[in-house]
Design a protein around this ligand. Sequence first.
Ligand code: 26Q
Length: 800
Amino acid sequence: MTYTKKEFKREFKKRLQERFQLSVEDASDQELYETLGRLVTSHYSKNWKDTWEERTEFKQKQMYYFSIEFLPGKMLKNNLLNLGMLDTVEAGLKELGIELEDLVEEEPDMALGNGGLGRLASCFMDSLASIEMPGNGNGIRYECGLFKQKFVDGHQVELPDEWLNSDNIWEVRRESHAVNVHFGGDVELMESQSGQLKPVYSGGYTIRAVPYDTAMTGFENKTVNDMRLWSADITEAERMKFQNFKDRKELDYLTSVLYPDDSDDSGRRFRLSQEYFFVSAGIQSIINQFKALDVPVTEINQYISIHINDTHPALCIPEFMRILMDEENIPWEKAWDITVKVMSYTNHTIMSEAFEKWHISLIKEVCPRVFQIIEEIDRRFVENAQGIYDQELIERTRIITNEQVHMVHLSIIGSHSVNGVAKLHSELLKTVVLKDFYGMYPERFNNKTNGIAPRRWLQLANPLLSETLDTHIGTSWRSDINDLNLLLNHTDNKQVLKELAEVKYQNKQRLADYIETHNQVVVSPDAIFDVQIKRLHAYKRQLMNLMHILKLYFDLKENPDLEMTPRVFIFGAKAAPSYRFAKSVIKLINETADLVNNDPDIQDKLKVVFLENYNVSLAEIIIPAADVSQQISLASKEASGTSNMKFMMNGAITLATLDGANIEIKDAVGDENIAIFGLTEEEVYRYYEERNYDSKDIYHNNLVIKRVVDAFIDGTIPNSAVEGQEIYDSLITYNDEFFLLRDFMSYCEAQEWVDKSYQDKEKWQKMSLINIANGGHFSADDTVRKYSEDIWQIEPLRKH
Ligand code: 26Q
């Protein structure tokens, strides 16, 4: 059933004519893109329908991944690859005088997430379909995705991302699956005729939730799962019924914008409404689908599994209880037993100050019945714990304290599984952050180290490397990524090493072109491309990277003949709009870039580039071109990281602290193929215990450090006195919360090792090869396989 170029061209031209009454020469890229996209959807539509129907037919257990963020990026090439059409279509288009890449440009990035957590959800969607597991997404169809970032005079400016302005060809609006979500009002419990307590509602309002489904295609198979995103459907007339301005605004915000914070506890009312909205709609729709199976609702835990991606969807627990009890008449004890069996929870952050909490008055206002249920879960938790645990422990672990609902507590108490996202992170949850809960429910805690979708991050992002791999190790790695380790047979093969170096060079050239177009900075692919791309956050320590750049700058100013491998430092990062510190770091990096790039003394030894608007598509260009992957968070703070995995799979050398999944990367590639520096997690915790960290002491006793830190306030970096002062204060006045000064010298040494190692081309290339060859350790296919077996208890889909 191969699809030939000839067939493709015929079908494409026919569709173009039918849809736009145009021939290829007269069509715009937008029209060509839309035509191609619709052609692609028609190629998976039967499998989508079949996967859907087989659910009811075979009654296999389904998993639903609830996430307030999904970050799929672009779909076109991913779907073409999965359908086995990529090469044919690319070649066919070429014969029609069209470059596939030009059409790809027309597709907006689907940026419905902030960073790691949202991208992980999308990698999981890709992997679930690719290993043919029944797993579906449930989230929010934000009309505006994460803001677009621009730099104006070096400052970050945020613009709305109106990605739905052009038609979204991948989604299907399913009017017939719409459900109503009830908000607010009062609720009282009244005894029904049968003697049960039933809620009686008064007031409040109901919002229609309409699902938009997007096909999640599997790689070269017939599985097409669903990513269901909910949209609030409010007509202007309905909207005007709301006299109260606050309520009206809440309605408007419900599915319009994604909150642009990553890991910050800004408890805002609209966000809670969003959480309840997609949770309630999702659960109602699951129950509706389940009803088609015609089995007793008391057995629902054998048919469905619900995953809570961090605490944002934690209201799944009381909402599921509400439906079982109020609508299905199941008594509390049985309903609770079922709920705990259905729910599982992943924690993505170690910093307890970032744990989600909501004031009880807010929850009461948004979803009063759900609040009653949370109170009852809390009451029973406390009651059951009496006599077993001491009072203090109970107070520390209960759900409601100081008028706050602790979403982490709710998530743990209401789930049968709690997992962290890397070995270290999961250990820290057990021994430090969630120690009390580990004592109560040791069997619930487990680790699932994150992974990445190898199709997007290797096959699609790096076609040159993919071809080279095909030549030397065959193509089996494309369907089983663990076969990348066949490359280990070639560690001393000069020809292979040379070809890999050539691939890297070409990818660097492509990035250099991008940089020249977008930043008007010329960089050479002969320099080391040293990259840090991730959300801007103090704990991720972009500032330490900047401090090292300043050190090199001073070294070169002092001694222009200094021997040094030319280096391009590349940044990509968005800061939460309200995060002052992060925005100051952006400003300082941009000003330093201007200073360094235009200083004739520096020649081309040092370049600094901050790329605007970092997103999934930009990552796909940057990662294959990186020589060095900077993963330099303070040990214990980065739960896992996932870009670290993407980089190593593409042959970059990791420069890292022993944090998150960096530790597992080190174990996979071996100590000699990674650059590790800095405090260990134990050493960090020792400082916390002994409370003896003193940044001033380091500052006054180390001239190198003093020189660099002073640069923030002595006018070295132009146009940034206010930002520089703020940064200086964070390091000196406020005692350097993330121990940058403590790790700085060790970081500089590791950077010197990078400089030296790069000069030995063959040694470097061999390290790079070993990194690629071990990429299979971090495939999300394996990660979701483990979730499927240990947590969700789902099995590969049966197919006709
Ligand atoms: C909370 C309250 C209000 C508004 C927003 C938020 C919010 C939003 C996003 C809180 C947290 C997030 C995202 C967290 C996140 O992305 N964590 C990352 O998850 C990755 C996948 O597991 C890990 O690899 C990263 O280490 C972790 O930082």
